[in-house]
Design a protein around this ligand. Sequence first.
Ligand code: NAD
Ligand code: TDX
Length: 336
Amino acid sequence: MKLLVTGGAGFIGSNFVRYMVNKYPEYHIVNLDLLTYAGNLENLKDIETASNYTFVKGDIADRDFVNNLFTEQKFDYVLNFAAESHVDRSITNPDIFVQTNIQGTQALLDAAKNFGVKKYLQVSTDEVYGTLGETGYFTEETPLAANSPYSASKAGADLLVRAYHETFGLPVNITRCSNNYGPFHFPEKLIPLMIINALHDKPLPIYGDGLNVRDWLHVEDHCQAIDLVLHNGRNGEVYNVGGNNERTNIEIVKTILKQLDKPESLIKYVTDRPGHDRRYAIDATKLRTELGWQPKYTFDTGIEQTIKWYLENKDWWENIISGEYQSYFETQYGNR
Ligand code: NAD
Ligand code: TDX
């Protein structure tokens, strides 16, 4: 069984590659990644020499490249994690989001169709459903109502996946997951950014009133969900993945400060994100009842493990924040 995992050098992709390489020694995992600012082979140091793992550098939106890869190698499964993933970057530079997230997905779908893969799995997001008010949950039937260029590009990709199933009979699944956290999370995202800033006694920028709600899921629980959908998901179905861990952003930041024994005076309220979705909350009943998914972490155990990981892996994030990311960080928050 040969799996193509795209975006396997990013946060969730690298956790998934590790999970699969260790769990299925009889499978061969090919990791295709462009190594953008968010891709980092350091994330996979511990398994890079495993006999059932290969890395290939390339762009999912480069049709010739993708076609050649599928001609050279016969993939049974394709799992597409590769994406531009950061909402704030999609506000300043939407073009690359359309290119990678929509055109890249289409190039992979064409290859999956033309080379007859057994399943194409698209890793999507709850952000395609837009925003919730104070009550209610996103189910798989919630209409798509994306609000950011990022989520619009993911919604466009989801519709292409659906269309390739309906029109061409391609075997597909889509997973829509809530906010992930855990080891190897890139430090532009809320939780790692706050941990690292707090450790440096730097201000913690909270957008707006800090009362936006996200439904947090430990990345290992997400990996388990994708494994279940890959093997047992019904053809053509969407599965929501969420941990039932709704927290306001300010609660998250206060939890981190408390665990690091840092003062709340580091919190700095800054201009809100344009189009900032107010609340996300996932109903994962389908995944739990149909496929028997059970998350391993509560938010309390997960955040403790994550903070510990960042404390024990300073070299990993110091390398990242000392590079190109530093200038991004300064333009992003320097004048707020
Ligand atoms: P990430 O930004 O950490 O990683 C993305 C990876 O994709 C990087 O390794 C990057 O180099 C690679 N990549 C980017 N453009 C590429 C291209 N054109 N060709 C090949 N590789 C390319 O993202 P993440 O947080 O790990 O998210 C992975 C997937 O999960 C994305 O599709 C994202 O939309 C989805 N998702 C993420 C979350 C979350 O909370 N992080 C939640 C729900 C869904
Ligand atoms: O500095 C910050 N201050 C702040 O208040 C940052 C970076 C974020 N925030 C807020 C915005 C959000 O309400 O924290 C919340 C989480 O923000 P992000 O970490 O940027 O995540 P989010 O926008 O919710 O999107 C994430 O989850 C869904 C991923 O980046 C997406 O790829 C995924 O689809």
